[in-house]
Design a binder for this molecule. Structure first.
Ligand SMILES: Cc1ncc(COP(=O)(O)O)c(C=O)c1O
Ligand SMILES: Nc1ccccc1C(=O)C[C@H](N)C(=O)O
Length: 422
């Protein structure tokens, strides 16, 4: 499709957008009395209007039923989290039994490390990407130290080549083969938070398994953003948060995937709690742990229903739309945003560079040479919400559920005026 950087053309794209009506499903913050142009769905998704109903329902059940709500609410609390497994399975490409919703991302990564990072004298190394999201780095370092090892000898970071902005799959594979039979675990961000790159998870998983390591994925920036096929890729585990592209609200419940082949196994170490035991026997209060034969065996506590209810609301939206339609719009809107950026770049003295490679999802990261922070501050004042990542990057993620093509055009005009100092 040949794009044009005009309001008419952007409106034409909106008119033929199958997801256009979903824009009305969300609440928008206002700046200068107008809805913002929201580019930070990769950090915190907007609030779906229907979320209120799901939360109110829990508040009402609690008010009217109190403890009886565990078993007798319309959506009983004791197995409320199970309602998410099927929908999430479709989003991440997994069987429902491979999914559980619990805790938050960093907590879940720690819990999954208990099961999948079991260093031996010979096989103890971990491969991750350089400059992984800081929480992932702290998580890995503390896990390694917990096992009495030294992070410097244990964590192997795959670097980008000098002068390049993205990782090359061949470099990751080479590192995996190089570490070989010392490699215990590959754990990487499937979609990188900084440059927006989507890693070739299928190939990397195969390579990791090929040398006998476990392979896990942090999908904070992947879930609800790109096509995932965790089961077929044969990943051992994955974890993600729900508050970015999945719009479930700040700090809300997160999800895990554990491959079917690890379910119902006796010999897998795990930190356990009573919500991981079979429902039929849980309330017999026996001392023996009787694990559920699904990823719910990793559950510890009775779940925070008020934190899961918004996730259920948001999953309903994802279920209605489907990942295929979502990704179809995403590809067009990101391509249009890229086009608008290039057009502006031609029209003004070039000050920016897109550092996101073609293997991408929703996010374009733009390196602002020179006046970076001033442009960022200006955009925020004009009601364009982006985010800033040191040293000089703004991230733009036009989430396909609620961003319009007109937003992209208007953003371009605001950016141009900002660079020209108008
Ligand atoms: C890649 C990645 N890992 C970890 C985190 C931390 O998540 P949480 O604070 O939910 O544990 C985030 C985002 O906050 C992230 O983007
Ligand atoms: N939860 C947050 C709370 C405060 C500030 C940022 C976050 C983020 O989620 C950042 C996100 N992980 C990122 O990729 O930048």
């Amino acid at each position: 499709m040949t794009f044009e950087n005009t309001l008419e053309f952007a409106k034409k794209l909106d008119a033929s957008d199958a997801l256009a009506s979903y824009r009305n499903e969300f609440h928008y913050p206002q700046v200068n009395g107008k809805d913002v142009i929201y580019f930070t769905g990769n950090s915190l998704g907007l609030q779906p209007k229907r979320t209120q109903k799901f939360v109110d329902e829990v508040m009402k059940d609690w008010r009217e039923l109190a403890v009886e709500g565990h078993f007798y609410a319309d959506k009983p609390w004791w197995d409320y989290h199970e309602r998410l497994a099927e929908g999430l399975g479709k989003v991440v490409g997994a069987n429902p039994k491979e999914i559980s919703v619990m805790n938050t991302l960093t907590v879940n990564l720690h819990l999954l490390m208990v099961s999948f990072y079991r260093p031996t004298e010979k096989r103890f190394k971990i491969i991750c990407e350089e400059k992984a999201f800081p929480s992932d780095q702290y998580m890995l370092q503390s896990q390694v130290r917990y096992h009495g090892l030294n992070p410097e000898d244990t964590i192997v970071e795959v670097k980008k080549r000098d002068g390049e902005h993205a990782w090359r799959t061949e470099d990751i594979i080479q590192k995996i083969n190089e570490v070989g039979d010392e490699l215990a675990l590959v754990l990487m961000g499937g979609v990188n938070y900084y440059n927006g790159q989507v890693l070739d998870m299928e190939t990397i998983t195969r390579a990791g398994k090929g040398v006998g390591a476990y392979v896990g994925w942090d999908l904070a920036h992947g879930v609800g953003n790109i096509k995932l096929n965790l089961h077929d890729w044969d990943a051992d585990f994955a974890a993600w948060c729900s508050y970015k592209y999945m719009n479930s609200g700040p700090g809300n419940a997160s999800g895990i995937f554990v491959h079917e082949k690890h379910l119902g196994k006796e010999d897998i170490p795990r930190f356990e709690g009573w919500w991981g035991t079979k429902k039929e026997t849980r309330f017999l209060m026996k001392p023996e742990f009787d694990p559920i034969e699904t990823a719910d065996a990793w559950q510890l506590s009775n779940p925070p229903i008020l934190s899961i209810a918004p996730y259920l609301a948001s999953l309903e939206l994802f279920d209605e739309v489907g990942m295929d339609a979502l990704i179809k719009k995403q590809k067009t809107i990101v391509a249009y945003l890229e086009f608008v950026l290039h057009e502006i770049d031609e029209e003004v003295d070039s000050t920016f560079e897109i550092i996101t490679p073609k293997a991408r999802g929703c996010q374009l990261s733009v390196f602002l040479h020179g006046e970076g922070k001033a442009i960022f501050d200006y955009l925020m004042k004009k009601g364009v919400i982006t985010d800033w990542r040191e040293p000089n990057v703004i991230r733009l993620a036009p989430a396909p559920l609620y961003c319009s093509f007109e937003d992209m055009y208007r953003f371009g005009q605001i950016l141009k005026a900002g660079i020209q100092g108008k």
